[in-house]
Design a protein around this ligand. Structure first.
Ligand code: UDP
Ligand code: MG
Length: 162
């Protein structure tokens, strides 16, 4: 049975991951989401939305003094964006590694940004860079009731420590 919960009953680490409008427009959802799914991380929330300018501004608040900020906000606020929460041991760090560098030209081959994108300004995917930012971003993009607490039978084959 699927129940709904916020933070309780989800002891494992979570990250906020979003496909940006270029990834959606280019039909890359299945290719990119499939990599996260096949790795073994567990999908906890997912929604397609066109974010408000205010939401994007808050999400990228740390970058507000950078010259590319207005263009970045306009790019993201065009939407649609596929907003997700993924869970699993080491998810924050591992997904950042799966993305590769911010500039796709500097991302290692085999990484998502290297394999699907060409330039920093259209790099297709966001992932939280630390536990604290992950929790802040999850709270910014999702209501607690949108996080699905579900038991995955495959966990016995994915997560067992022995
Ligand atoms: N960005 C950009 N130009 C830059 C640096 C960043 O357009 O020179 C955009 C790019 O979409 C990037 C986002 O701003 O993904 C956030 O920048 P950050 O440095 O946080 O990179 P990320 O965490 O996404 O790798
Ligand atoms: Mg960042």
């Amino acid at each position: 049975a699927t129940s709904v919960a916020g933070v309780e009953n989800t002891p494992s680490e979570r990250s906020f991951i979003a496909l940006k409008p270029d990834a959606i427009q280019r039909g890359l959802i299945a290719d990119i989401v499939g990599r996260l799914e096949r790795k073994g991380f567990k999908l906890v929330a997912m929604k397609l939305l066109t974010p408000s300018k205010e939401l994007v501004e808050k999400h990228y608040e740390d970058l507000k003094d950078r010259p590319f900020y207005p263009g970045l906000v306009a790019y993201m606020a065009q939407g649609p964006v596929l907003a997700m929460v993924w869970q699993g041991p080491g998810v924050v760090k591992t997904v950042r590694q799966m993305l590769g560098a911010t500039n796709p030209a500097q991302a290692p081959s085999g990484s998502i940004r290297s394999d699907f994108f060409l330039v920093t300004g259209r790099n297709g995917i966001h992932a939280s860079d630390a536990h604290a930012s992950a929790e802040a971003e999850i709270a910014l993009w999702f209501k607690p009731s949108e996080l699905v607490d579900w038991k995955r039978d495959a966990d016995q084959w994915i997560l067992s420590a022995n």
